[in-house]
Design a protein around this ligand. Structure first.
Ligand code: ZN
Length: 138
């Protein structure tokens, strides 16, 4: 494996995997946004919170999700399409980008992983994601 991204010494563990607790260190083929892949198969995609739709778009591309025509322009429906394709979604950390102008400075990390048989129901009970903030405001 020669695809390790350079590590930094941030005190925040931006890329701490919500599934296995490891630090995701592998680069991905996501081009527009910052992202990492964990050895357990999880992928984190990071972008300005205000542009959460860009993160969702990148995940749809990455996992080759088939979306419904009516999902276009509606992040909540896109997120359903992702889940229905067997991809779990988890919220990661929020960090600040000191170089970005204020509205874009809050960086959201969203995690995606192709679910393994049997663990979906458990996850739904344990964590709940606030879909309204995930989808951003109109
Ligand atoms: Zn992991």
């Amino acid at each position: 494996m020669n695809n390790r991204a350079p590590t930094n010494n941030d005190s925040t563990r931006r890329w701490e995997c919500p599934w296995c607790g490891g630090d995701a260190q592998n680069t991905t083929n996501v081009v527009l946004l910052d992202s990492r892949a964990c050895d357990c198969g999880a992928v984190a995609i990071a972008g300005p919170q205000i542009d959460s739709d860009e993160i969702i778009d990148a995940a749809i591309d990455y996992f080759h999700i088939t979306t419904r025509p009516e999902s276009r322009g509606c992040d909540a429906l896109f997120l359903q399409d992702i889940e229905r394709s067997g991809i779990e979604i988890r919220e990661g950390v929020l960090t600040q980008d000191p170089e970005a102008p204020a509205p874009w400075a809050t960086i959201r990390h969203l995690w995606f992983r192709r679910q393994k048989a049997g663990d979906y129901a458990v996850w739904r009970k344990k964590d709940s994601i606030d879909w309204s903030t995930l989808a951003g405001s109109p």
